[in-house]
Design a protein around this ligand. Structure first.
Ligand SMILES: NC(=O)c1ccc[n+]([C@@H]2O[C@H](COP(=O)([O-])OP(=O)(O)OC[C@H]3O[C@@H](n4cnc5c(N)ncnc54)[C@H](O)[C@@H]3O)[C@@H](O)[C@H]2O)c1
Length: 372
């Protein structure tokens, strides 16, 4: 399988996304080609390290780099001040200077945290993203949003700080658990709905519930998703307008995550429900036709939904909506599809629509077994 390249166009902050199969060992060569000369701190987690840590380090050392690896505990809990503090101390111990760089080897947790370290150490050193989950490959590694969490909320402390390179090795998806694969696939479906009807149709024709697909399928969907994300980020780096469309499904998705204290769903599972609900809301509001709604529902049900936890209530979900970042005063903002491939921000959704939507959703899904 040959290697493909995409460009995220951001003037002096532009960078390439390199995509291929079994290319992790070539990272050092790519960094050399970029003229990178300094020491490298590789940040990874304790699931990814035994799978890919040695291979990554070996490639860097063979290319002549002095590299050190730091392994954090896997999971959202590592996007924290204590973890960041420990990594910054490790960078100091390694005597990293302004020519040094950071490699983020892992999923979105590693990517966001390592990017945050890169953005803050010595007021900013270079970093590269080597995403190993589907979600990170199609979403979090591209676009430069870096962050850690605050006990009061996710991604509260962070910045926009672009990587110098994103290297996607599709082979890493082969060890990814099904649940994580499905999480990423929800974001892939999102790209079709928000920006590319042809891509949605491709997914509609090819996606199977087991997600066991040929390499070419994964290559195509990761490439196309990155191309859409790169285009949107290039047009609106700091989410002043267009970039907000990437939040399709996230308003109600985040509300579900918040209503379940971020413990029951992982991000993509909540976003799947969020996309279903936003599409139904668009239909209720009269902006999406029934045929398009049916197609969106069909693909989301095929992907499957995680069962709802007991005790989820309308009040809990509405409370979760209060903390949505897109909210302006008491007005909620929803990204709604007007057609497949086209979404728009709406702030005029009547409260009774929302009540009706959530109440019938709870009736439909409560007590349902996981659909796999
Ligand atoms: N910066 C952004 O634009 C952006 C966008 C979306 C999400 N995010 C953030 O991304 C995070 C979620 O990312 P995620 O879903 O990748 O979760 P994650 O990083 O927690 O990875 C999921 C799990 O998969 C394991 N894993 C990673 N790669 C593996 C592999 N190849 N084989 C086997 N196991 C592997 C990890 O150890 C972890 O247990 C959240 O913190 C979210 O806020 C950021």
């Amino acid at each position: 399988m040959e290697t493909s390249k995409l460009r995220v166009d951001l003037e002096s902050r532009s960078y390439d996304i390199i995509l291929g199969y079994d290319i992790l060992g070539n990272l050092g060569q790519h960094l050399k080609a970029l003229g990178f000369k300094g020491k490298l701190l590789v940040i990874t987690d304790d699931n990814v390290f035994p799978l890919y840590g040695e291979k990554c380090l070996k490639g860097l050392k063979e290319a002549g780099y002095s590299a050190k690896i730091e392994v954090i505990p896997a999971g959202e809990g590592s996007k924290s001040w204590p973890a960041a503090d420990q990594l910054l101390t490790s960078a100091l111990d390694f005597v990293m200077d302004r020519d040094s760089g950071i490699v983020a080897l892992g999923g979105g947790v590693v990517g966001d945290l390592a990017g945050f370290i890169a953005a803050t150490y010595l007021r900013g050193v270079a970093y590269v993203q080597v995403p190993t989950t589907l979600l990170a490959q199609v979403d979090s590694s591209v676009g430069g949003k870096v962050a850690i969490n605050h006990p009061r909320g996710k991604n509260i402390i962070g910045s926009f700080y672009q990587p110098r390179l994103v290297l996607i090795d599709l082979k890493t998806l082969e060890t990814l658990p099904f649940r994580e694969l499905r999480t990423g696939m929800a974001e892939v479906v999102k790209y079709g709905i928000i920006r590319d009807q042809g891509f949605f149709n491709y997914l509609y024709d090819h996606l199977t519930p087991t997600l066991e697909q040929e390499k070419d399928f994964y290559r195509h969907i990761v490439y196309r998703s990155c191309a859409i994300k790169a285009e949107v980020v290039s047009m609106d780096e700091r989410e002043g307008g267009l970039r907000a469309i990437l939040n399709f499904g996230h308003t109600l998705g985040h509300a579900l995550e918040a209503a379940t204290s971020y413990k029951h769903f992982n991000h993509g599972e909540a976003v799947s429900y969020g996309m279903l609900l936003a599409s139904r809301l668009a239909f209720m509001r009269g902006i999406l036709n029934e045929e398009s709604l049916k197609a969106i529902e069909e693909i989301l049900f095929r992907l499957g939904f995680k069962e709802l936890p007991p005790g989820l209530t309308m009040e809990g979900i509405k409370e979760g909506l209060k903390y949505d970042k897109k909210r302006r005063g008491d007005k909620l903002a929803f990204i709604l599809p007007e057609a497949i491939g086209k979404v728009q921000v709406y702030t005029d959704i009547p409260g009774e629509y929302l009540d009706q939507l959530i109440s019938s959703f709870l009736k439909e899904f409560t007590g349902k077994q996981e659909n796999k």
